[in-house]
Design a protein around this ligand. Structure first.
Ligand code: UDX
Length: 423
């Protein structure tokens, strides 16, 4: 972080309108509000946040010209380009008006924007306002983005085999198959996205998320808290929680294999299956009747669970796609993981969980019921799973230390506040 001060007390946050991005931004806003900053959230109309959980924030909607729901991750780059193009002018107008009303330097705002909302950096720079990036991925993922130009120059990207298990030179223990990209078949979109995510522009600091704040946040689906009553009836550490976040999806065949893997494992499970975005089909419509009869009360299925299920004492394991929020939530609650990364940074997170932190392992290759059953037993009942649970508990302790006075996260937060406020 560069040493210079701006004497700002007003912050304008610009989140990217996806669950896994908007929540970390609002968490940061909540922390900074508690340090005395006023918070304005300038957000796209698409997926606009519910304001009721944040009565102290001002919300400013930016017309974004988005008329239909994009197919994510397939259309991600095109969607982000339109969003950035369309939000720029309204954001500039909003900030200009805000500045026009201010008389003193310490009333000027500082902009904190999601790395994907790069129009905010362009506008801040034009209006000579200080700006800070929020990266919602892990620091390792970010360093991997920074390494792409070198890897391309040295001829390692695109890789000859994107599923190669060979180590990528200079990236510690990451293999080519762990690199954060959806595909290397069409290199340009991947490189464009990486260039966006690693562009610092005129920003003075990068904020990375390393901890969970337990607070009601934004959910684009209605939380089904009936699962908490069901969890209350289950034994300590007996339930495996299955959720693939807000974007990743599995097809009907994989869903059936997951169902039978869960049923045959004989473990109790809480499973989030989001409604089909195309036809709105109920999650349980997909599942065979025979499965429902076999499982009975042993399994509980919801369309969207409250975030706090990971903190429930009955949850003893988490089968996750390893989005960064899910990963830090699992670490913060000391829950070991089965990792099933789908795309992007999830692969990097998985490699760190399975080979550095050792609080989980990866379920690789095709989803097949026998393999799933074995993986669940490995995590939930076998000695190896117990060791991972121990590692998870140690990590939880470390995160708790880091947020206490003198801890690393706490110190970084104080440095951030000092950077924004000191004259
Ligand atoms: C996206 C990307 O996919 C991910 O790779 C990136 O790291 C962040 O942005 P998403 O896929 O939604 O995020 O995953 P994740 O980062 O794990 O965020 C999901 C959030 O939804 C978590 O906070 C999780 O607790 C919450 N959630 C999920 C619920 O509250 N209820 C649910 O039923 C499922």
């Amino acid at each position: 972080m560069e040493k210079q001060g701006w004497r700002c007390r007003k912050l304008v946050l610009v989140p990217c309108p996806f669950q896994g991005h908007i929540n970390p931004m609002l968490q940061l806003g909540t922390i900074l509000h508690s340090k005395g900053f006023s918070i304005t959230v300038a957000h796209a109309q698409f997926n606009s946040p519910q304001t009721s959980n944040h009565p102290d924030f001002i919300f400013q909607s930016l017309p974004d010209g988005i008329s239909s729901k994009p197919d994510i991750p397939r259309d991600f780059l095109a969607f982000m380009s339109s969003l950035n193009l369309n939000c720029r002018a309204p954001f500039q107008e909003f900030l200009s008006q805000m500045i026009g009303k201010q008389e003193q330097q310490d009333e000027l705002p500082c902009i904190i924007y999601d790395a994907l909302m790069y129009f905010a950096e362009a506008v801040s720079s034009q209006l000579k306002l200080p700006s800070i990036i929020l990266q919602t991925c892990s620091v390792t993922t970010m360093l991997t983005y920074f390494a792409y130009p070198r890897l391309q120059e040295e001829g390692y990207i695109p890789p000859q085999d994107s599923n190669s298990t060979e180590l990528v030179p200079g990236l510690h223990l990451l293999r080519f198959k762990d690199l954060p990209s959806n595909t290397f078949d069409d290199l340009d979109p991947t490189l464009q996205l990486i260039a966006i995510l690693s562009n610092i522009g005129s920003s003075s600091a990068i904020v990375l998320c390393t901890k969970l704040l337990r607070r009601p946040l934004v959910a684009y689906w209605k939380e089904d808290s009936s699962c908490i009553s069901w969890l209350n009836k289950q034994g300590h550490n007996s339930v495996i929680y299955v959720s693939f976040g807000s974007i990743a999806s599995v097809d009907a065949k994989e869903l059936t294999e997951m169902a039978w893997g869960l049923a045959n494992s004989n473990q109790t499970f809480l499973w989030v299956i989001r409604p089909d975005p195309d036809n709105g089909a109920e999650p349980t419509d997909w599942l065979p009747d025979e499965f429902k009869e076999t499982v009975g009360e042993r399994g509980y299925i919801v369309k969207w669970a409250p975030q706090q299920v990971l903190a429930h004492g009955a949850v003893g394991g988490f089968w996750s796609h390893c989005g960064w929020n899910s990963t830090i939530e699992s670490i913060s609650e000391g829950v070991p993981m089965i990792c099933r990364p789908c795309f992007g940074d999830q692969k990097v997170n998985t490699r760190y969980i399975s080979h550095v932190w050792r609080n989980g392992f990866e379920l690789e290759n095709d989803l097949e019921r026998g393999k799933i059953e074995r993986a669940i037993k490995r995590l939930m009942v076998e000695k190896e799973g117990e060791e991972m649970r121990q590692k998870a508990a140690e990590l939880k302790e470390k995160t708790e230390v880091s947020i206490k006075k003198g801890g690393s996260s706490n110190n970084s937060l104080n440095e951030l506040v000092e950077l924004i406020t000191s004259g």
